[in-house]
Design a protein around this ligand. Structure first.
Ligand SMILES: Nc1ncnc2c1ncn2[C@@H]1O[C@H](COP(=O)(O)OP(=O)(O)OP(=O)(O)O)[C@@H](O)[C@H]1O
Length: 241
């Protein structure tokens, strides 16, 4: 599904958080939004999701301009936000429609793709941080979202779990071909996952530059090419001292 932002601005109580953001995302593309704290990355993501409609400008999803919440959109946050009183299976089926059996079968398929088959009856308190985040990924994917919005989804995880879940995200992306917008602070993560990295800068945040990461997947995290992009991105953020 395609996505377009046209002159999107958002002001909170007289203070502009993002200004005139223009962005075109092609179906199946993975876009990274990168920028220093407070430049409006989460604000943009909330506007795209329809959770916030108080912005100026237009957001077009697959040719339709709307400020409604899009049921074709899935959201994954930094923390899993599971319902503690429901087990893993019920957290994933929550909000689905259909017979109990249909919902459960669907959820089990997605739990399988995130490596959690057999953990259906566990409760959130019994899961590690990485497992809980996998449940959140399954819960976002089970609705077959055509656009997946991720707000620092792996930043609370240890380095190894983070790399595993980045690879998992690429696997599910390959399988379901969702369009993905990823907000991250992690330049390595953006370079490893994204087709394009958009740099936001300033307060209010504006699009400063974008980098096209054309390297084929699977990518080598330690490659010179990605190191080169990292150095350019650091430079564009004035962090390469
Ligand atoms: N609901 C709100 N009410 C008032 N101000 C807000 C609100 N949401 C965001 N802001 C302001 O908008 C600006 C951008 O915030 P936002 O959370 O989008 O930044 P961010 O780039 O995602 O930051 P971080 O990287 O630290 O998560 C900040 O100055 C913030 O204080």
């Amino acid at each position: 599904m395609s996505l377009a932002l046209r002159d999107v601005s958002r002001t909170f109580n007289g203070t502009t958080a993002v200004k005139n953001v223009n962005l075109e995302v092609k179906p199946g593309e993975i876009i990274g939004l990168l920028g220093t704290s407070g430049c409006g990355k989460s604000t943009l993501l909330r506007a795209i999701s329809g959770l916030d409609s108080e912005y100026d400008g237009e957001i077009e999803i697959n040719g339709t301009v709307s400020k409604e919440i899009h049921d074709t959109t899935g959201f994954i946050f930094q923390e899993p936000r599971l319902l503690p009183w429901l087990n893993v299976l019920d957290n994933v089926t929550f909000g689905l429609t259909g017979s109990r059996k249909e919902k459960e079968n669907k959820a089990i398929d997605y739990l399988e793709s995130v490596g959690l088959r057999g953990k259906e009856r566990l409760y959130p308190r019994e899961l590690s941080g990485g497992m809980a985040q996998r449940v959140a990924i399954a819960r976002a994917l089970v609705t077959s979202p055509e656009i997946l919005l991720l707000d620092e989804p792996f930043s609370a995880l240890d380095a190894f779990t983070k790399m595993q879940l980045q690879d998992l995200l690429l696997e599910v992306w390959k399988k379901y071909q969702s369009t993905i917008v990823l907000v991250t602070h992690d330049i390595d993560e953006a370079n490893y996952l994204c087709d394009r990295v958009v740099i936001l800068r300033g307060q209010p945040g504006e699009v400063d530059r974008e980098f096209i990461i054309s390297q084929k997947r699977p990518r080598d995290r330690g490659s010179e090419e990605l190191a080169h992009f990292k150095s350019e991105i650091l430079e564009s953020l004035d962090l390469n001292k």
